[in-house]
Design a protein around this ligand. Structure first.
Ligand code: PMP
Length: 426
C-alpha cells in the first residue's frame, strides 16, 4: 500500500521494514507485541516519553475543548508557552514566533536576520542539517540531502570544528580557533564584507553528534558580530535539557545567541516549532503581513506546555546528565575493545559513535553501521544512524531512559559490534 500510494522518496531504516503500533515512555512495540528500547526517539523528537500519561491527558483535554483557532483570535495557550520559553532563555531572548517544523523555524530566523541587518549573506557549517524546505536546504550541508534545484545563493559553508575529521591539526581548542578564523576568510572573500547571520547547531545532529571545543562558538559568534551578523543557535535537537549539563545546547559553549530555533523535542511528537529572539529583532516582521495557519495551534501549544512542565517535574535534564554520562562512559569502554569504533562524542543523551574500518585511515564503516543497526534491532533496541557517510550510530533516546536501559543497550551494542567486526575481518 505504502509503495503504491506514497511518494517513493519515503524510505525506511531496516532491511525488513519495522511496523510500530504502540509506544510507552522509552519503549516501542511492533504488531506482534515485541518490545524495543527506543534509542532514537522518533528522530530525537520524543523528549519526555512515548504517550507519557501527563502529556496525553493535557493534549486530550485540549483536543476535546478547542482544536484550532489561529492567532487571529486570543487563546491563553500560545502566550503561556511563549512566556514559559522566555523563562528558560537568557535574559532578552523573550519573544517567540510559533511554526510547525524546524525547517520553517530556520527559514524565519534567516528572514528576520536579513531584515534586521540589511545584509543577505549567511554563514553555516559544513556537515550541518537545518532543514529540507527550498531555503533551509541551502543551509544544510550534506550533498546526500541536496537536490539540484532551488536553494539559496547567499549561504556559505565553513569548515566545522569537529576535531575528529578536521582538515586542521592541533588540540581541539586550536582546531576550534582555526575553524572560527575561516568565518573571517569567507566574509573577506565571498561576501560584501558584512553578513546577516551565522547559523550552527551547537552539536550537529544529522551530521553525527559532531561539535567543536568549548571556545569555538564563542570565537565564531564574536567574528560574526564584528561583521554585522546575528547568531542563530539551531536547538532543534540539542534543546530542552538533552545535553544534560544545560537546558540549551549553546549554554555548553558559554555563548548567548540572537535567535534560538526549536522543533522536535518541544512537542514530543506534536508538529510544533518556534523561533525565539529579542523584541527589537522580532519587530522587523511587522513591516509586512506574516501569518502561519497552524503556528500557535491550541493543541500543539498544550503539547509544548506539557513537555516543558514534564521536563522539570520528571527531572529529565538531570536524568540526561546522569544516564547520558553512564552511556558515554560505557561507549568509551566499548571503544577500547572494538577497533570499529573510531570516535565517541556528544553530551548527555545526544551521543554519537563513529564507526571506521581502520583507525588510521578513518575509512567510514558504512556497511558495518547498517549491520550494527540490524543486530541491535534483533536484540530489541532501535538505534539511529547519521553522518555524511552514514557511519555514525546516533543515540538520542527519550530522556526518561533509565540506567538499566543503558546497561541493556551497551550489552546489545557490545554483541552487535562484535558481530559486525567479525564480518569485517577477512
Ligand atoms: N534543524 C535540525 C538541527 C534538525 O535536526 C532538523 C531535522 N532533522 C531540522 C532543523 C529540520 O526540522 P524539520 O524536519 O522539522 O523541518
Amino acid at each position: 500500500m505504502r509503495r503504491q500510494y506514497m511518494n517513493p522518496a519515503i524510505f525506511h531504516l531496516y532491511r525488513e521494514p519495522l511496523l510500530i503500533v504502540e509506544g510507552y515512555m522509552q519503549y516501542l512495540y511492533d504488531e506482534t507485541g515485541r518490545r524495543y528500547l527506543d534509542l532514537f526517539a522518533g528522530i530525537v523528537t520524543v523528549s519526555v516519553g512515548h504517550s507519557h500519561p501527563a502529556f496525553v491527558r493535557r493534549v486530550q483535554e485540549q483536543v476535546g475543548t478547542l482544536q484550532h483557532s489561529t492567532t487571529i483570535y486570543l487563546h491563553p495557550n500560545v502566550a503561556l508557552l511563549a512566556k514559559k520559553l522566555a523563562s528558560k532563555m537568557p535574559q532578552g531572548l523573550d519573544v517567540t514566533y510559533f511554526v510547525n517544523s524546524g525547517s520553517e523555524a530556520n527559514d524565519l530566523a534567516i528572514t528576520m536576520a536579513r531584515l534586521f541587518t540589511g545584509h543577505r549573506d549567511v554563514v553555516a557549517l559544513r556537515n550541518a542539517y537545518h532543514g529540507g524546505s527550498p531555503s533551509s536546504l541551502g543551509l544544510t550541508s550534506h550533498s546526500t540531502w541536496k537536490f539540484p534545484v532551488g536553494g539559496d545563493g547567499h549561504v556559505h559553508h565553513v569548515v566545522n570544528p569537529d576535531p575528529y575529521r578536521s582538515p586542521f591539526e592541533g588540540t581541539p581548542e586550536e582546531i576550534a580557533t582555526k575553524s572560527a578564523r575561516e568565518i573571517r576568510e569567507i566574509v573577506r572573500y565571498s561576501t560584501p564584507g558584512k553578513i546577516a547571520a551565522f547559523i550552527a547547531e551547537p552539536i550537529q545532529g544529522v551530521g553525527g553528534a559532531t561539535h567543536g571545543a568549548e571556545n569555538y562558538l564563542r570565537e565564531a559568534y564574536a567574528t560574526t558580530r564584528e561583521h554585522g551578523g546575528l547568531c542563530i543557535a539551531d536547538e532543534v535537537q540539542t534543546g530542552f535539557g538533552r545535553t544534560g549539563e544545560h537546558y540549551w545546547g549553546f549554554q555548553n559553549f558559554g555563548v548567548v545567541p540572537d535567535f534560538v530555533t526549536m522543533a522536535k523535542g518541544i512537542g514530543n511528537g506534536a508538529p510544533l516549532a518556534a523561533v525565539t529572539t529579542r523584541m527589537d529583532i522580532a519587530k522587523t516582521l511587522t513591516q509586512r503581513v506574516h501569518f502561519n495557519t497552524y503556528g500557535g495551534n491550541p493543541v500543539s501549544m498544550a503539547a509544548g506546555l506539557a513537555v516543558l512542565d514534564i521536563i522539570d517535574e520528571d527531572g529529565l535534564q538531570e536524568n540526561s546528565r546522569v544516564v547520558g554520562g553512564r552511556f558515554k562512559a560505557g561507549l568509551e569502554r566499548l571503544q577500547r575493545s572494538h577497533s570499529l569504533i573510531g570516535d565517541v562524542r556528544g553530551m548527555g543523551l545526544m551521543l554519537g559513535v563513529e564507526l571506521v574500518r581502520d583507525r588510521a585511515s578513518k575509512e567510514p564503516a558504512k556497511q558495518e553501521t547498517l549491520d550494527v543497526l540490524e543486530a541491535m534491532r534483533e536484540s530489541g533496541a532501535l538505534i539511529g544512524k547519521g553522518g555524511l557517510d552514514g557511519n555514525v550510530l546516533r543515540i538520542k533516546p527519550p530522556m526518561c531512559i533509565t540506567a538499566a536501559d543503558v546497561d541493556f543497550a551497551l550489552d546489545a551494542l557490545d554483541e552487535a559490534l562484535g558481530r559486525a567486526g567479525r564480518r569485517q575481518s577477512p
